[in-house]
Structure formats: C-alpha cells, structure tokens
Design a protein around this ligand. Sequence first.
Ligand SMILES: [Zn+2]
Length: 225
Amino acid sequence: MAAIMSAILEELVEAGRQLVRDNLVTGAGGNISCRDDAGMWISPSGFSFMDASETDYPCVDIASGEIVKGTRRPSSEVLMHLWIYRVRPDVTAIIHTHPKMTIALTAAGHTLKPMYADYYVYLGSKVPHLPYVTVTTPELAKAVEAEFTDPKVVGCVLRNHGAITVGRSIKEAVFRTAAVEEQAFIQWHAAAVGTPTFLSDEELKKLDELGSEVYRRALLAKMKA
Ligand SMILES: [Zn+2]
C-alpha cells in the first residue's frame, strides 16, 4: 500500500487528533471523513483518532458504497457520511463528534441559538436539532440525510448523541463543530447566571451584510486545517 494515498487525507488525520486535543471526542468516539477523486476517506471503526494513521483510513466509493482502498472496517456511521456526500456536491468534509456541553444542554431540552457572532457566521440560520435515533443505524443516517438535503444546512445537533458539521474544506467543518460547542458553553453559562440574551433577527441580518464576514466565510472554505 502506498505510504500516503491522498494529500487531503493527511490533513483529515491531523484534524481528528486536534478534535481529541480540543476535548470534542473521547476514546474511539466520533467519526470524520473527506472526499477527493478516489472517493470518501473515512476514519476506521474502533480507533481513537490519536491511534489511527493514514493507512488505517479506508476509502469508500461514494456511488456504490464499496470499499476501494484500505483494509480496516469504516466507521460504523459510514452511511451517515455517504448519504450526505450523495446529496451535497458542495461538501468536502464531514465531522461528527460527541461534544459534551452540546449534548448536555440539548438533552435538557434547550435549542442552540446564536448569542454571539461566530456561531451564526459559521453555522448559518438553520441548525436542525434531531431527536435521538439509535446510533449507527440506517434510520439515523436517513434522518441526517433528510436535514442536509437543504443546502443551507451545514451543521446539525443530534440530541443525546452529538453534532455533525460539513464544510467545503476540512478546516471549515472543524470550525463549525468548535462553534457549536462554544455556543453550547456560552449558552449554558449565560443561563446559569442570568437570563440569556440572544442575537435578534435584525442583528443576524446585519452580520449577513458585513463585508468582513463574507470575506471570512469565503477564506475559510479554501483554508487547510
Ligand atoms: Zn456518534
């Protein structure tokens, strides 16, 4: 097997390790993928991102779902990734994690809403919160796919489970996951000490019109992790 089969894969492996360092996943939790001409490179089942190297990441043909490279078994959430790529030609990377503040807050019935600019700038106006569906099942993959069919959706909360974000670059998908967890952290703490104030629709509209944010979003789409 070739040492490194894809430049973007190398970036994905490092992004996975950063997710562990940033406390967004624990143990072998979470799964990540990216696509290039060869297909979808996805993290292997049962590995911590810290332990999995490039050669452990199998490559799956997006149209057929067949493994075309690698010997490891793909993540058990392989269908969730595959089906998003099929309906979203704009997506290059998918990050699925189990961020603890996001899980805690949304499992308690709260819905994440923008309280600061970054969450809105990175995630946009529609972040669906899906009720719990058994992990790794085709039913979960179907429910997630249905949300991402809307091209406006770039992130989704899975109640009692975690978060899933997509990006035109790996870095964009990672930043979106970080912004979801940061929003949960801020919302949690604001609610603990007082009555949270959310950004109004009018304020969100102003963010859409800011040239600097348009620039920031466009740059991120091209950036390497
Ligand atoms: Zn999961």
